[in-house]
Design a protein around this ligand. Structure first.
Ligand SMILES: *Cc1c(COP(=O)(O)O)cnc(C)c1O
Length: 413
């Protein structure tokens, strides 16, 4: 199998040992073609040619490194994989067509019939559906637990538990879990192949939080969110040890949810500005969260960067800032929340997040609408909850727009 991403004729860039994450985000993983292009090239090709029948045979046999077919490897995709792997501090990354394709590929690659997984209740809604409806069909059992209830995580462990899956901070309530503590629980697992902690790090990105430093075994991203950062492309990526990623890559090349080179190129360019964007998103989100907390018609604000957050110390140990997503409960009912959302002018009503454009959403009737009323309340998604993904518009302008929402919410009833 072709593992190398430096096929003959390609010119690797200089050694980057010891540089900071900002430098890695701009420089790492680049492979120059003999054209010596400065910016990363897109290779929109489905297959690659060989110089001889013998070379073709050697490539297929895995005796010679190099590209064969773009479902297996593509230079633009490989550049993205190497760059994000270096930023997370993992050995290898495997890119996928979407965040869900990344999660699905991890499941299919690592799980066997009879295995068991434990998943936080507060994960991305579709992750819930994937595990509960589809992964279960193949004879894998799933336990859902409350993110910060460590006893539940421990109590659910069996000798068949293959992995623990979570997001921190959670969406949309920004709950923070102690990664070292859950990693410790995972690593006491008795599964014959080992028990892994998998962290979906989509909200923070490696700029704000690097889960491997706290004991995670696999990190997953929906690149669709902050890594693109401008709402253009779907993509995902899984990062981990060479051994685990061989398995994930093996599933991807057979199952087929490969990332397109065009999208990989957009993500490569997105990574180059990720550090300044994440800092700007976080700074504005903190300003807005603080402002919301002081508003009479706001009941409660949820943001991991606020010093009033119940796990603020833990959050600031694991994260360098709070990221751009926050939520709050408006005083009143669902109608008040909807009036708020309809009252803002330029903030987009969309369920997407991690965009330069600020977005606003009503989780109870959109992203979490498929949950039963009981499950929704159990995870704290009340009808008066509103989520905002703070974009890169001027923060005073965003606040002025939110003021319009506030007055719409509080005027009639
Ligand atoms: C959006 C999202 C996903 C799914 O990613 P897609 O690229 O939409 O498939 C997974 N996890 C989290 C936390 C997300 O926000």
């Amino acid at each position: 199998m072709a593992k190398s991403t430096k096929p003959e004729g390609m010119i690797p860039v200089p050694n980057l040992d010891g540089v900071s994450i900002e430098t890695l985000s701009v420089r790492s993983g680049q492979i120059r073609s003999p054209e010596l292009e400065h910016s990363e090239a897109i290779f929109p090709t489905s297959s690659f040619v060989f110089n001889s029948a013998e070379e073709a045979a050697a490539r297929f046999a895995g005796d010679q490194p190099g590209n064969i077919y773009a479902r297996f490897t593509n230079p633009t995709v490989s550049m993205f994989e190497q760059r994000i792997a270096s930023m997370e501090g993992g050995e290898r990354a495997v890119a996928a067509a979407s965040g869900m394709a990344a999660i699905m590929s991890t499941c299919f690659a690592l799980l066997e019939q009879g295995d068991h997984i434990i998943c936080s209740r507060s994960v991305f809604g579709t992750t819930n559906v994937l595990l509960e409806k589809y992964v279960k069909k193949f004879g894998v059992s799933v336990s859902f637990v409350d993110l910060t209830d460590y006893e539940q995580w421990s109590d659910c462990m069996t000798d068949k538990t293959r992995f623990l899956f979570l997001e921190t901070p959670s969406n949309p309530l920004c709950e923070v879990v102690d990664l070292e503590r859950v990693a410790k629980i995972a690593h006491q697992g008795q599964h014959e192949k080992g028990t892994l902690l998998i962290v979906d790090n989509c909200f923070c990105t490696p700029i704000l939080q690097r889960p491997f430093e706290f004991g995670a075994d696999i990190v997953i991203h929906s690149a669709t969110k902050y890594i693109d950062g401008q709402g253009r492309c779907l993509g995902g990526v899984v990062i981990g040890s060479n051994d685990l990623m061989d398995e994930v890559h093996g599933f991807l090349r057979s199952g087929g949810p490969t990332l397109s080179p065009f999208n990989a190129w957009v993500f490569l360019k997105g990574l180059e500005t990720l550090s300044i964007r994440m800092k700007a998103h976080s700074e504005s989100a903190l300003t807005i969260a603080t402002w919301l907390e002081s508003q009479e018609h706001v009941e409660k604000v949820f943001y991991s960067g606020l010093s009033s957050h119940p796990q603020y110390e833990l959050a600031m140990k694991q994260q360098s800032a709070g990221s751009g997503v926050l939520s709050f409960r408006i005083k009143g009912d669902k109608a008040a929340a909807w009036r708020f959302i309809d009252g803002v002018e330029f903030i987009s009503i969309t369920a997407n997040l991690g965009d330069t454009k600020s977005t606003i959403t009503h989780p109870a009737s959109t992203t979490h609408g498929r949950l039963t009323d009981e499950d929704r309340l159990h995870v704290g998604i009340t009808d008066n909850l509103i989520r905002i993904s703070v974009g890169l518009e001027n923060v005073e302008d965003i606040i002025k727009d939110l003021e319009k929402g506030l007055s719409a919410a509080s005027c009639s009833s």
